[in-house]
Write a protein that binds this ligand. Structure first.
Ligand SMILES: [Fe+2]
Ligand SMILES: [Fe+2]
Length: 192
């Protein structure tokens, strides 16, 4: 695992100022949630700063990157340029930043969410959705909810992802819908 300064340098090299600032904001939230929920703070910090490392690669670059590694892509991923940066970022984290499996998985999961995520994946998914630079309505409420009930915040962030894609008339990755059902079930089982 590369140390924080090295990772930060690597991320900064690949991102615009605005996106790097977003990464720093997500890092801040990741640290905060890791403290509340007892996750590894250093790992949370690293995935926070690195999660969007592939965000500014072009769609063609991402496709070529994945084809070269013989990685499978779903039809939704091929159609939606935005969706692939998690998968590509996870591979960069593995090949270049020496992140461990749980961290790699968290980066892979951050765009769509997933069923049965680890604590670290949940933290990143929610941190990305309620970082201080996010301007959409309800960000503060999501943040407050996340401090008390992380799994409910996961659902809220999936709702937001789905709503946003509907509004922009973009395809929805079925993974998000399946994962949302999975988390709804988890919440209902807890409250029984
Ligand atoms: Fe992202
Ligand atoms: Fe992000």
């Amino acid at each position: 695992m590369k140390d924080y300064e090295e990772v930060k340098k690597e991320v900064k090299k690949r991102l615009s100022e605005k996106r790097f600032y977003h990464s720093q904001c997500v890092e801040e939230r990741c640290i905060e949630f890791a403290k509340i929920y007892g996750a590894d703070i250093e790992k949370a910090r690293l995935i926070g700063i690195a999660h969007d490392i592939a965000k500014e690669m072009s769609h063609e670059e991402k496709i070529a990157f994945l084809e070269k590694r013989k990685e499978k892509m779903t039809p939704e991923e091929i159609k939606s340029p935005g969706l692939l940066h998690g998968k590509v970022g996870a591979i960069i984290a593995k090949e270049e930043l020496d992140f461990d499996n749980e961290m790699i998985e968290a980066i892979a999961n951050h765009t769509t969410g997933n069923s049965n995520m680890t604590l670290l994946s949940e933290i990143l998914f929610v941190a990305d959705c309620c970082s201080i630079d996010r301007k959409y309505i309800g960000t503060q409420e999501t943040y407050e909810l996340a401090k008390n009930n992380l799994k409910s915040a996961v659902i809220r962030c999936m709702d937001r992802t789905i709503q946003e894609r509907i509004e922009k008339q973009k395809t929805i990755d079925p993974k998000t819908i399946i994962a949302r059902n999975n988390y709804l079930e988890k919440i209902q089982n807890i409250s029984k």
